[in-house]
Every structure is written in structure tokens, then in C-alpha cells.
Ligand binder design. Structure first.
Ligand SMILES: CC(=O)N[C@H]1[C@@H](OP(=O)(O)OP(=O)(O)OC[C@H]2O[C@@H](n3ccc(=O)[nH]c3=O)[C@H](O)[C@@H]2O)O[C@H](CO)[C@@H](O)[C@@H]1O
Ligand SMILES: C=C(OP(=O)(O)O)C(=O)O
Length: 434
């Protein structure tokens, strides 16, 4: 297992921290459902600006097992997916895949929509919460799917004798990104029309709808809280560039802010980052929208902030751990509330081991700054928790060793190689640590 060593530098005067430009890569959370959507097309889908992440490779592997021909030009960040061979073998996402990456369940909607059936391992919980998929399944039932749960697997098939879903109306009890994507993908090839209400409005949902419409689907309303879909008979393979990652950009923005740096985040999707940018500005961080991206300049003094995570356009839960590090560096007490996942404070004990003063009560964390982080060995527990530990390491006195970096590699492309040119001292050691 790899580990990262970050040699930190407590912040000095403004402009002495991370300095330079960093290109923002394609978004993991946009790429994964789009890879699944390729299952719906007649012919090949060509994806560009695909980030080099383990989750993307895991999804490619699953698609190959389902019968897709997948070629990945990692250097060019291009992935081509041809689903012509799917259907001759098993339409199953096995436990081995789903346990390493929950987003594997997103093949369920496209498989059901196109082939009339799918079998997917139940994902179970993960470090950040229970994460049930009841809304995915209820939504698929509302479109004419029949769901059976047996031996840890979900079996879903179209009830109608013609083997296609009929379409239908579904109101989500809970706003769910993956649920919206799964049910939307099931509906595009249905015989009739569908209306999905109380849907997620995340940019990655909108992006999926854009892609599906380019393929020939008829979806309207993505980005609002109701989506209408007219089923069509077939979809075509197309060429598409993956949206830039608002969470990666936000993570690097915090790195610039806490180190008192000056960093241009090239191609940052600023329109999708409003809630994060607003909080950075509230904390005193200078954020300038420039032609080439977002420029972030760290202030002399960071002000405390109150943050509550919410579905988009609210503050994203995937930035909660990182903004907590900004709060640690603020002069005074900040309050951070996590309302999306019930157990997403796993980074707190590790940040406290690095010197933070964070007290958690239920879903609320009170963060008392300013912290003088002091490097030690810490353990990554999930993707964004890992990112927060790297951020704290950047401003810690001495060396911070972050173990279990495989979590980080799920969602950040070679973070050490990206941050080093900005002046960070960060190195990866292969096969070391637990
Ligand atoms: C690959 C991907 O895009 N992952 C993102 C996606 O995850 P994911 O799609 O899994 O997250 P959801 O939006 O579904 O989860 C939101 C909340 O709804 C609950 N829920 C969800 C489905 C369901 O059927 N029943 C139910 O109760 C979940 O447990 C959670 O508490 O959105 C999350 C919320 O923005 C992000 O943190 C993840 O990074
Ligand atoms: C929670 C995340 O991802 P996933 O849904 O893939 O676990 C994340 O990207 O922060």
C-alpha cells in the first residue's frame, strides 16, 4: 500500500505558499455515470478529458466483464466504450466490483433499460454512512421494473412481455444523485414517457442528461427538481468531453488559501462552484474568476465560517472535510454541519491528532482555530478525509505521513505530482505503510 509524505510549512506572509497554475481534471462523479451510459448506445462512445483514477479503471473493468469492448488511452485521457457484445453473457455487477466502488450500481439503470434485466450486488454501507439504494429500486419499479432481493443481490427485470420498461412517474422521497442517474438512464429507452420528481440537481446529473440527449434521448428539466423523459427506441454512440471536477478544484482552492498562496485553477467549473466560492470569500479568501479559470489567493487572516452541507446548489458534502481544514486555520470558532451522510466526520480524530481542536456533537462539528498543525502519521479512511489530511499536512510543522492513499487515488489524479510544481513538498512511497 502506498503512503504520502508531506513536509509542511506553517503559513507565513501572503504569497509565500503554493504558487502557480494547476489544470483541473475531469470529474470522477461525472465520468462514472457517463461510462455506464455508454451501455445504452448502439455503437461506440468516445470520452475525452477522462481523469486517470482507479475508480475510472474499476468501472472500465466492470464494463468489460459485462461484454463491452473498452479501450483506454491513459496518456491522452481518452476512453472508448463499445457495448455491442453486451447481452450475450451475464448482465451482472458482482460483489467484487461493487464492494470496491459503490458507483458500480449505476450500471443497473442502463442494463434494465436496454436489456430488460440486470443483477447487481447490494452495495452495503461504507465509511461515510449506510448509503441504501431503496430510492433507486423504487424508481425502477415505478417505471415497470420488478425487483427481487436474494442472496445479497438485486435482480431487476422489465415486467412487460415485450421486455422493455413502460415508463412512469416517480417522486423521490430523498434527493439522491446516483438514484436520479440510475432511474433517468433506465427511462430513456422506455416505451412510454416518465416524470421524475424531487430529483438531484447536481452538475453531474445535468451533464449526464446532456450526454444522453446528444445520444438521441429526449430529456428535459435536468438541473431543476423535476425531469421529464420521452422514451426513444435507440441511442447512438457519441464523442464527449468530461466536465471539469468542481470538488478537485475546491480542494486545490483550499490548498491555495491555507498556505497563503496564489494559484490559478485552470478550467475550474466556477458556475458549479458558487457555494464553495461564497464560503471561501466569507473566510476572507480572494477568488477571482479569470478567463483561464479561478484564481485563489490566500489571505493574511482567515475568518471563521459556518457551513452546512446540502444537495446542489448548496454546499457539497464532498467538500466538507476540506473546508474543515480551512476552518481550522481561521481566527476563531467555525461550525460545520453535515446533513447528507450520517458518518462523514471520520477525518476529525485524525485532524485532531495533527493538532486541531474540533469537537463533534451529532452532525455538528465546532472547529476552534487557529490551529498550529504538527505533522505525524495519520490514516486515511475515505476519499475526502484523505484529501483533508494532505491539506493539513501542507501547513503542518514537520512531516505528515498519510497512509492508505488508495482512497485518495480513487478521486485525485497523482496528487503529489500535481501539487509539487506549486511548491508543495509531497512524495509518494510505494508499498509502504499499512
Ligand atoms: C459517484 C458519485 O457521484 N458519488 C456522489 C454521489 O453519491 P450517491 O449518489 O451515492 O449519493 P446520494 O445522493 O444517493 O446520497 C444522498 C443521501 O441519500 C441517501 N440515499 C440515497 C439513495 C437511496 O436510495 N436512499 C437513500 O437514503 C444516502 O444514504 C445519503 O444520505 O452523491 C453524493 C452526494 O452529493 C456524493 O457525496 C458522492 O460523491
Ligand atoms: C463519496 C464520494 O464518492 P463515492 O460516492 O464514489 O463513494 C466522493 O466522491 O466524495
Amino acid at each position: 500500500m502506498d503512503k504520502l509524505e508531506v513536509i509542511g510549512k506553517p503559513p507565513a506572509s501572503p504569497g509565500t505558499g503554493l504558487v502557480g497554475r494547476i489544470p483541473v481534471r475531469g470529474a470522477k462523479n461525472a465520468a462514472l455515470p457517463i461510462q455506464c451510459a455508454a451501455l445504452l448506445a448502439d455503437g461506440k462512445t468516445r470520452l475525452r478529458h477522462v481523469p486517470r483514477l482507479t475508480d475510472v479503471s474499476t468501472m472500465n473493468k466492470l464494463l468489460r466483464e459485462l461484454g463491452c469492448e473498452v479501450s483506454a488511452d491513459v496518456d491522452e485521457r481518452v476512453v472508448e466504450i463499445d457495448p455491442t457484445g453486451v447481452g450475450s453473457g451475464s448482465l451482472e455487477a458482482p460483489y467484487e466490483h461493487v464492494k470496491t466502488m459503490r458507483a458500480s450500481v449505476t450500471v443497473m439503470g442502463p442494463l434494465l433499460g436496454r436489456y430488460g434485466q440486470a443483477r447487481v450486488s447490494l452495495p452495503g454501507g461504507c465509511a461515510i454512512g449506510a448509503r441504501p439504494i431503496d430510492q433507486h429500486l423504487k424508481g425502477l419499479e415505478a417505471l415497470g421494473g420488478e425487483v427481487t432481493l436474494e442472496h445479497g443481490y438485486v435482480d431487476v427485470r422489465a415486467k412487460a412481455s415485450h421486455g422493455r420498461l413502460e415508463g412512469g412517474r416517480f417522486h423521490f422521497d430523498k434527493v439522491t444523485v446516483g438514484g436520479t442517474q440510475n432511474v433517468m438512464m433506465a427511462a430513456v429507452l422506455a416505451k412510454g414517457s416518465s416524470r421524475l420528481e424531487n430529483v438531484a440537481r447536481e452538475p453531474e446529473v445535468q451533464e449526464l442528461a446532456v450526454l444522453l440527449n446528444k445520444m438521441g434521448a429526449q430529456i428535459s428539466g435536468a438541473g431543476t427538481d423535476a425531469i421529464e423523459i420521452e422514451g426513444v427506441d435507440r441511442l447512438e454512440g457519441i464523442d464527449h468531453a468530461i466536465l471539469a471536477d468542481r470538488i478537485e478544484a475546491g480542494t486545490f482552492a483550499v490548498a491555495a488559501a491555507i498556505t497563503r498562496g496564489d494559484v490559478l485553477l485552470e478550467h475550474a467549473p466556477v458556475d458549479h462552484m458558487r457555494a464553495v466560492i461564497d464560503k471561501l470569500i466569507e473566510a476572507g479568501v480572494e477568488c477571482r474568476v479569470e478567463a483561464e479559470g479561478l484564481r485563489v489567493i490566500g489571505p493574511e487572516r482567515i475568518r471563521p465560517i459556518d457551513v452546512a452541507t446540502r444537495p446542489h446548489p448548496g454546499f457539497p458534502t464532498d467538500m466538507q472535510a476540506q473546508i474543515m481544514v480551512l476552518a481550522c486555520m481561521a481566527d476563531g470558532a467555525s461550525v460545520i454541519r453535515e446533513t447528507i451522510f450520517e458518518n462523514r466526520f471520520m477525518h476529525v480524530p485524525e485532524l485532531n491528532r495533527l493538532g486541531a481542536d474540533i469537537v463533534v456533537n451529532g452532525n455538528t462539528a465546532v472547529v476552534r482555530g487557529p490551529t498550529r498543525f504538527s505533522g505525524t502519521t495519520v490514516m486515511a479512511t475515505d476519499l475526502r478525509a484523505s484529501a483533508s489530511l494532505v491539506l493539513a499536512g501542507l501547513v503542518a510543522e514537520g512531516a505528515t505521513e498519510v497512509r492508505r492513499v488508495y482512497h485518495l487515488d480513487r478521486g485525485y489524479e497523482a496528487i503529489e505530482a500535481r501539487l509539487s510544481p506549486l511548491g508543495a513538498q509531497i512524495a509518494r512511497y510505494h508499498g509502504a505503510g499499512a
